[in-house]
Design a protein around this ligand. Structure first.
Ligand code: LMR
Length: 401
């Protein structure tokens, strides 16, 4: 007789829609294959880069020869203070008035998780709302933290643009204290961002309806530049309302495996900020005690050293411009091949992703017949294209249309 196990009730969970594909790609034996699934930037040679600036910062860390001690629960202070300057600007009043608190996190995902756990403790009936569509993990993170998660209109399939009036109307109808998850730049998966004028309206609605904005910024520097991409955050900062920001350095420093990001909570005043910080620390301590050090040391060095900072800006610019070139090349290749559909829209989208409009069936054919991996929603990571694979990718897309 088979022994009974308490795990008999555990159902087989589906593979993660993004990370699962990445794993499948690695074991695909075909020589000709292209991974456009996960949001990872690759060089012209198809490699994840070790940025010049990271190499230099690591050299300095090695020379210091410091022991591997614990970091404080909230993370490395030079890192968290650097994050605030990056998000709010060097001369931010928020920083001067100590209204914002920042804790180091395990990437942007970790920042969202700590923020969601914290908010779930504060709100009696926690509700959150995400853009339709959004990064799938937003829903999972907030649901696991005990939130009821809904969505607001964002992408309009018919026009391929943002349906801003519908988004705004939907936000106006939300209950007080609903957490509104917003992509501060380089929207994942659509690549479509609000204009600064539209952001101003979102800020007004959030203030008037007492909503809790939670800005996710995982791609700062990949849209128009570090300062430009922080435009939405700066507007919220100027509004005087409380809000949260989850940011990540996975992509902008190419430090994916170091799991380095931060959660920032903007409060009404410094006294409130101090209480909030104590609550965030309690969440972290009960989850993983304190964060890992290496990624924070790298980013902390760079954010506090003018020379390294300039190098980072240059490294980031190179990545940003190569992505733009690949967008152009993909649209041109598809046009030259006489594809059934016009892909010029790809050049107008921002960040690592393009919402290609491919159906799940077409995505499946891309994988099965050509070894081109994309997310089922039709999202492709244009940051993984290069001169060597863009033509092949375009040919494959043309074939499945
Ligand atoms: C993505 O959307 O591909 C990245 O943010 C990686 C991830 O964790 O899903």
């Amino acid at each position: 007789m088979m022994s009974e196990s308490i795990f008999d009730v555990v159902a087989q969970a589906p593979e993660d829609p993004i990370l699962g594909l990445n794993e499948a790609f690695k074991t695909d034996p075909r020589e000709k294959k292209v991974n456009l699934s996960i949001g990872v930037y690759c060089t012209e040679e198809g490699k994840v880069p070790l940025l010049n600036v990271v190499e230099k910062a690591e050299q300095k860390i090695l020379e210091e020869g410091a022991p591997h001690t614990y970091l404080p629960i909230s993370g490395l202070p030079s890192f968290t203070s650097g994050v605030q300057k990056l998000l709010f600007g060097e001369d931010s009043a928020l920083i001067k008035d100590k209204k914002a608190v920042t804790v180091q996190s395990l990437g942007g995902t970790g920042a969202l998780k700590v923020g969601a756990d914290f908010l779930a403790q504060v709100l009696p009936n926690p509700e959150a709302i995400v853009s339709a569509p959004t990064w799938q993990n937003h829903v999972a993170i907030f649901e696991q933290a005990g939130f009821e998660v809904g969505s607001y209109p964002y992408y309009d399939k018919a026009s391929g643009e943002i349906n801003f009036p519908a988004m705004l109307e939907s936000l106006k109808g939300l209950k007080e204290n609903t957490v509104v998850i917003l992509h501060a730049c380089c929207h994942n998966p659509t690549g479509l961002d609000l204009t600064q004028e539209q952001w101003a309206q979102v800020v007004d609605v959030c203030a008037a309806h007492k909503l809790i904005p939670f800005l996710d910024i995982a791609y700062q520097g990949f849209g128009d530049g570090l300062e430009e991409d922080a435009g939405a955050i700066r507007q919220f900062a100027a509004s005087g309302i409380t809000f949260l920001v989850a940011n990540s350095f996975s992509k902008s420093f190419s430090l994916y495996g170091e799991r380095i990001g931060a959660l920032t909570v903007v409060c009404h005043n410094s006294e409130e900020a101090s209480r909030v910080m104590s609550a965030l620390k309690a969440v972290i301590r009960a989850n993983y005690s304190n964060p890992p050090a290496h990624g924070a040391k790298i980013v902390g060095q760079v954010l506090n050293d003018p020379e390294l900072l300039a190098q980072w800006h240059a490294d980031l610019k190179e990545m940003r411009e190569r992505i733009k070139e690949m967008r152009r090349d993909l649209a041109d290749e598809l046009k030259a091949l006489g594809a059934k559909k016009d892909f010029e829209f790809v050049t107008r989208q921002k960040g690592m992703f393009s919402f290609s409009g491919l159906t799940p069936e077409q995505v499946q054919r891309l994988k099965d017949e050509f070894g081109v991996y994309a997310v089922k929603s039709g999202r492709i990571c244009v940051a993984s294209l290069n001169k060597g694979n863009v033509k092949y990718t375009a040919e494959a897309i043309k074939e499945v249309l």
